[in-house]
Design a protein around this ligand. Structure first.
Ligand code: NAP
Length: 312
């Protein structure tokens, strides 16, 4: 008799290699999922499974614990399986871009992939993080990114790249790129420079800058910033330090943490302490996931069912 149960466990590279043995008795079968390390925190399965159920699509979405060094093999096994597609999360988005067969404009711009669709054993990559981010900011703070001066922390990662490109495409007022490895932020700023050629902000600050991650620099920059975005994994563990301390934040700041692990990350606790408005990454998860769903199924995602599954 076939098992009929929601998928909550984690699969591994070894399971992908012996997929029939690992999951042959599952009904509905797993044909979608997310690769990540860590991945236990991911709420994508509950959100996507709610969407699949709502649309009467008889497949399941599962979590896969895939380490960085395993990604190439995992994608190779995936090509041979009857999957619709896969999401890539931390730390695979940039490495994944190098390992797919084709990329659409969104993935090519960001140099990072969060959504893969399989066509005839080919992996076609896209990136829904940037648009998901813009929709999340509108939903959380009732403002459009194009009207904001944005500071992005973690500009060297896959999510940071996608958000930075989207800010450029939206022609936001100002973009300040911060990264532990400054060279990566500088390289990204050079690629984005043409988008920020026009003068929009009056005042003493440049529209596009890559800056050092130190207290004096951040303090000076934050006087000319409306929205602060954390796109590093800092905050996934409750004991992580905040990327920006409360003493640098002010009540006029909007603080968006792409991390959605603990509902109050260290950065959001700092925002509370400073009297600033804050939001975690759940709404971005929702919107990027809805866009992934429409890439896989060429139909609009049932966003209300997905939101309900996340209890937003
Ligand atoms: P990633 O590609 O591994 O990005 C790592 C970035 O974070 C790099 O800029 C890296 O700096 C920086 N970083 C890593 N560890 C750091 C540390 N200890 N201190 C300071 N900076 C550090 O990861 P990703 O896939 O972009 O994901 C980043 C985070 O965003 C994850 O927590 C993920 O869950 C979250 N996310 C959420 C959503 C959502 O829908 N809510 C969507 C996408 C991602 P260097 O360049 O110096 O290495």
């Amino acid at each position: 008799m076939k098992k009929k149960e929601a998928t909550t466990e984690r699969y591994t590279l070894a399971d992908l290699e012996n997929w029939q043995e690992a999951t042959g008795d599952l009904d509905p079968p797993i044909r979608l999922g997310v690769f990540g390390d860590p991945v236990a925190h991911s709420l994508s399965p509950q959100m996507q499974n709610a969407a699949l159920k709502q649309c009467d699509i008889g497949i399941q979405y599962a979590r896969f614990h895939i380490r960085a060094k395993e990604l190439r093999s995992a994608l190779r096994f995936l090509r041979e399986l009857d999957f619709i597609g896969i999401n890539l999360t931390v730390p695979h988005k940039i490495a994944g871009f190098e390992q797919i067969d084709e990329a659409d404009d969104r993935a090519t711009r960001a140099g990072a992939v969060n959504t893969i669709r399989l066509y005839d054993k080919k992996l076609v990559g896209s990136n829904t993080d940037g648009e998901g981010f813009v929709q999340a900011i509108r939903g959380e703070f009732s403002v459009d990114v194009r009207d904001l001066r944005v500071m992005l922390i973690g500009a060297g990662g896959g999510t940071g790249h996608a958000i930075a490109w989207q800010c450029a495409l939206e022609n936001c007022e100002r973009l300040v790129l911060v990264n532990r490895t400054l060279e990566k932020a500088k390289a990204l700023a050079e690629r984005l420079r043409p988008f920020f050629a026009g003068p929009r902000v009056l005042g003493p600050v440049a529209r596009l800058q890559a800056v050092l991650w130190d207290e004096a620099t951040l303090r000076a920059q934050l006087a000319h910033v409306d929205l602060i975005v954390n796109a590093t994994p800092l905050g996934m563990n409750p004991s992580d330090p905040t990327p920006i301390p409360a003493r640098l934040l002010a009540p006029h700041h909007m603080v968006f943490d792409a991390v959605y692990g603990p509902s109050k990350t260290s950065l959001l606790r700092a925002a509370d302490e400073a009297g600033a408005r804050g939001a975690n990454g759940l709404s971005m998860l929702l919107h990027q996931g809805a866009l992934s769903f429409s890439i896989w199924f060429n139909q609009e995602a049932p966003i209300d069912a997905m939101r309900a599954a996340l209890v937003l």
